[in-house]
Ligand binder design. Structure first.
Ligand code: NI
Length: 138
């Protein structure tokens, strides 16, 4: 079991008040939990800047009626199959499709995959959710 350590933090009163207000808005029950999340956020950010294995998701929206688009999207996904765990396709309405790609692997490959999808004409919007495998952040 992980041992808990206590440490003191000195900061300006105004900054601490802002921190407390922010934590209240975000429903944190105490400062420790908020600080833990901030630290993990920085650790995950560092993982994405380096070469460590990451996990996350790419979400994108595209025009369903552009047939040539479907082939291009499939080609790109085959090129990046080593970083793709699974994909989910949702028919949003008559014209629009939403696809979610779960990813795990090298952060640079994940970023390249998003860039390749974004560059396809007819892909309206993409997001990259940069998360973690859960390792090395606790
Ligand atoms: Ni569809």
């Amino acid at each position: 079991m992980t041992r808990l350590l206590r440490f003191g933090v000195s900061l300006e009163k105004e900054l601490l008040l802002k921190f407390d207000r922010l934590n209240e808005e975000k429903n944190y029950t105490n400062r420790s939990e908020a600080i833990r999340d901030l630290i993990r956020q920085e650790l995950v950010k560092k993982q994405w800047q380096g070469d460590k294995e990451i996990a996350g998701a790419i979400t994108f929206i595209y025009d369903h009626h552009r047939r040539e688009l479907l082939n291009k999207i499939t080609d790109v996904q085959h090129d990046f199959q080593k970083v793709i765990i699974s994909t989910q396709h949702i028919h949003l309405d008559h014209n629009n499709c939403l696809e979610i790609i779960a990813i795990r692997g090298n952060p640079k490959d994940a970023q390249k995959l998003q860039d390749s999808l974004k560059a396809i004409k007819g892909v309206k919007h993409t997001t990259l959710s940069m998360s973690s495998t859960g390792k090395e952040i606790d």
